[in-house]
Ligand binder design. Structure first.
Ligand code: HEM
Length: 483
């Protein structure tokens, strides 16, 4: 039987993970399990397995002193995600933050605190904001997107291919979504670098308050730029949408789009590459010339989803759920990773089965899953095609995962390969200026059904006009090197 979020099919009878009875007999209500620090990052599956003994939900600590209920059971996760009348997304309901038990500078607040965007809103407010996002993303032409990704991939591969070794995370998976985001959102490269640095710090919970301020300032600059000079890009389409978003709403839609469009995207690419390069099932196919990239993506989305635990909801009233009393305003977090690996599902055939929760489900399901999957597939295919004899430079079990309760993210993905000469002389490549609005990138802007047509090319922003290609490249290189 297939477990489909669409049909809500039920698990097999007798599954101990679906008793709905709360802690198993003889087990006391557990102490909250920490989900921060290197131990959780090193082996989250072991933690989920322990937590399952307590039933569909278990108490956890997202960072020191921040308590939540984690849903580890697939069916229970779907129930939360599809019951907005019982479980709200509006983080202003988070009691511990409102009454000061959680400090505003706690590292998880930038990921959980309220922002007036689609992720944290409910009902009519959510419909309005989400419509603006889905309509604007809907104007992206998949063929143009594929082109963006291919060109970005080529550009990055040219930089490291002649050297025979590279960190595929730092030099590729991390930078590629930035380049694609810059193009889709009409963002000049220097601004894009600042933005991704800030968003990455927010995900890591490192100096989060400063990172938050830096991201906000950068978005203000981008919105100002696009109000003055609209282009064929998602930022301009959001501004032109009939929802008539104000500046503050724009900033917060961009925060969620940027956060989702870069960090989980890089992790999907890196986690798929790790699997493809470390698992013999895929190696056999690779040497045979057939690259099972789609299968690898499905497997990562099931086993190691980039957003491992998120979908933070707040019970609207106190309620009994799976034998546990949930209090209004106390965070309930969906473990997409644990739910996907619910023992009730393990016998399922996963290849081609897309019933996983990696994109969430219900009214807040990821509105960009098709684009995100396309970006990851093209990025991985392009790399394997251009650098065919890639191998990991360290054993897969020595790769280190970044701490943090929400993401499943490697710190690095070192690889080696026979050096591949650049396909054209470096000076020619160096002239490839990636200024947003370049007509080579905005090849075929799609027309929205619900928004008026926008200009099809963006005049070059003043800042980038004064930056020669070499300036752009040197700043990108600095980004690659972590400076
Ligand atoms: C591999 C990449 C991606 C993954 C794994 C992913 C996953 C998710 C998940 C799990 C959610 C639900 C959030 C929650 O748990 O509360 C979500 C929501 C969202 N995602 Fe994605 N996403 C990805 C890429 C993208 C991209 C590329 C964009 C846009 C450029 C995007 C835009 C959004 C937005 C706007 C929401 C909020 C929707 C709402 O609340 O109505 N995502 N995504």
């Amino acid at each position: 039987m297939t477990y489909s979020p669409e049909t809500g099919a039920t698990p097999p009878p007798g599954c101990p993970a679906h008793t709905g009875a709360g802690p198993l007999p003889g087990l006391a209500q557990p102490r909250p399990t920490p989900m921060y620090g290197p131990d959780f990052a090193a082996d989250p599956s072991a933690v989920y397995e322990r937590l399952r003994r307590y039933g569909p939900t278990a108490p956890v600590e997202l960072s020191p002193g921040v308590h939540a209920t984690l849903v580890t059971d697939y069916r229970a996760a779907l129930e939360v995600l599809r019951s907005p009348e019982k479980f709200a997304k509006d983080a202003r309901r988070w009691r511990a933050l409102a009454d000061g038990r959680v400090a505003p500078d706690n590292p998880v607040v930038p990921m959980m605190g309220y922002r007036p965007n689609c992720l944290f809103s409910d009902g009519e407010a959510h419909r309005r904001l989400r419509q603006a996002v889905t309509d604007s993303l809907g104007r992206v032409d998949p063929a143009a997107l594929r082109g963006y990704v291919e060109r970005s991939a080529d550009t990055l591969i040219d930089r490291f291919a002649p050297y025979g070794e590279a960190d595929l995370l730092g030099s590729y998976a991390k930078v590629l979504p930035l380049l694609v985001f810059n193009q889709l959102f009409g963002c000049p490269p220097a601004l894009g670098e600042r933005l991704v640095g800030a968003m990455s710090a927010i995900f890591d919970g490192v100096d989060a308050e400063r990172a938050n301020a830096q991201a906000t300032q950068s978005f203000i600059e981008l919105i100002g730029l696009k109000r003055e000079q609209p282009g064929a890009d998602v930022t301009s389409w959001l501004l032109a949408h009939p929802a008539n978003l104000g500046d503050e709403e724009m900033i917060h839609q961009l925060v969620v789009l940027m956060g989702a469009g870069t960090e989980p995207q890089q992790n999907l690419i890196a986690n798929a590459l790790r699997l493809l390069l470390s698992d013999d099932r895929f190696a056999g196919d690779l040497s045979g010339g057939a690259m099972p990239v789609e299968d690898a993506l499905d497997e990562v989305l099931w086993l190691d989803p980039p957003m491992a635990n998120y979908g933070v909801h707040y019970p609207v009233h106190d309620l009994d759920f799976g034998g546990v009393r949930l209090r209004a305003g106390e965070p309930v977090v969906i473990s997409y990773a644990a739910a996907n690996n619910d023992p009730a599902l393990v016998s399922e055939q996963r290849g081609g089965n897309r019933a996983h929760l990696a994109w969430s489900a219900g009214p807040h399901t990821c509105p960009a899953k098709d684009s995100a999957r396309l970006i990851a597939a093209v990025a991985v295919e392009k790399l394997l095609d251009r650098v065919p004899d890639l191998e990991l430079a360290v054993p897969a079990d020595r790769l280190v995962w970044r701490p943090g309760p929400f993401h499943r993210a490697l710190t690095a993905l070192p690889a080696r390969f026979p050096p591949v000469p650049a396909p054209m002389p470096a000076p020619v490549r160096d002239q490839f200026d990636e200024t947003p609005g370049d007509t080579r990138w905005n090849v075929r802007p799609a027309q929205s059904q619900s928004t008026p047509p926008a200009a099809t090319s963006t005049p070059r922003p003043p800042e980038s006009a004064s930056r020669g290609p070499r300036r752009v490249w040197s700043s990108l290189t600095a980004w690659w090197r972590g400076r």
